[in-house]
Design a protein around this ligand. Structure first.
Ligand code: GLN
Length: 252
C-alpha cells in the first residue's frame, strides 16, 4: 500500500516535470491570418520565403507578451474575415482598417496604425488625374475587399477591377489596363521607394482621403483573446518595442 502510494506520487512528479519542460519549450500558437502583398506591413521575404513586415513583427511582439508564439497563415484579403468566423485563424493581422461594417462581423483591438487612401497614376497622366474626383468614369485597379475598393466603387462612373493581390493592381496600371490604383498610401509610397524599376513610370499623387486606423481582428465575441491582445499591445508600447518596429520598417 505504501509502495503503491509512493509509486503514484513518483508518477505524478514525473508527469509534472514533463509538462513543465513542455511549457518551457513550446507555447501555444496563435494562428495569424494575413495577405502578404501589402509591404511594408506584410510581405514575403524573397530570400528566406518568410512572412515579414511591420504587422508581422508587431503581432509577434504582442502575442509574445500574451504568452503565445505565432504561426502565419496566408490567404486572400477577402477570405480573412470569413476565416476568423470559421475558426481557421485566431487573429487577422493584415493592415485591416477598422470600419463600422467590419466591426459588426469581428472584434478589433485598439488601433495600432493610422493611414489614408491615395492614388497612383502613370507619370504622363499626373496632370490629368490630380485627385479622386478626376477619376470619374475611369478604369481603376484595386485589391479585392479593401477600403480602397469601396472608395473606387463610390467614384461616379468608375470601372473598377478587383485584383487578388496588390502587385496585380500595380501591374494593371503599368500595362495600361487601368488609369489609377487606389490603395493605402503607406503601401503605395513603399512601392515607389523600394521598386524603382517597376514604379519609374508611375507617380504617387498627393491627394489623401479617409484617415483610417488599422486594428488586429479576432472572432466576434472572443473577448478573452481580445483582452489578452490589447494588454499585449499596451505592454509592447510601454516597453517601446512598437517604436523600434516602426523605425525598422519606416526609417527613411
Ligand atoms: N487597409 C485596407 C483595408 O483594410 C487595405 C488592407 C490590405 O489590402 N491588406 O481594406
Amino acid at each position: 500500500m505504501v509502495f503503491k502510494k509512493l509509486l503514484l506520487s513518483v508518477c505524478a512528479v514525473a508527469t509534472l516535470s514533463v509538462a513543465a519542460a513542455d511549457d518551457a519549450l513550446a507555447r501555444d500558437k496563435l494562428r495569424v491570418g494575413t495577405e502578404p502583398t501589402f509591404a511594408p506591413f506584410e510581405f514575403m521575404d524573397t530570400q528566406t520565403r518568410e512572412f515579414v513586415g511591420y504587422d508581422i513583427d508587431l503581432i509577434r511582439a504582442v502575442a509574445d507578451k500574451a504568452g503565445y508564439d505565432i504561426e502565419v497563415v496566408n490567404m486572400g484579403f477577402d477570405a480573412l474575415i470569413p476565416a476568423l468566423g470559421m475558426g481557421v485563424v485566431d487573429v487577422v493581422a493584415a493592415g485591416v482598417t477598422i470600419t463600422e461594417e467590419r466591426s459588426k462581423r469581428v472584434d478589433f483591438t485598439a488601433p495600432y496604425y493610422t493611414a489614408g487612401l491615395s492614388m497612383l497614376v502613370r507619370k504622363e497622366d499626373a496632370a490629368k488625374y490630380p485627385d479622386f474626383k478626376s477619376l470619374e468614369n475611369q478604369a481603376i485597379a484595386v485589391q479585392i475587399g479593401t477600403t480602397g475598393a469601396d472608395k473606387a466603387k463610390d467614384i461616379p462612373g468608375a470601372k473598377v477591377t478587383n485584383y487578388n493581390a496588390t502587385s496585380e493592381a500595380f501591374m494593371a496600371l503599368t500595362s495600361r489596363n487601368a488609369e489609377a490604383v487606389v490603395h493605402d498610401r503607406p503601401v503605395l509610397a513603399y512601392f515607389m521607394k523600394t521598386q524603382p524599376r517597376m514604379s519609374q513610370s508611375l507617380q504617387l499623387q498627393p491627394a489623401i482621403e479617409d484617415a483610417q486606423q488599422y486594428g488586429f481582428a479576432v472572432k466576434k465575441g472572443n473577448k478573452e483573446l481580445l483582452d489578452k491582445l490589447n494588454k499585449g499591445l499596451e505592454a509592447v508600447r510601454q516597453a517601446g518595442e512598437d517604436k523600434q518596429i516602426y523605425s525598422k520598417w519606416f526609417a527613411q
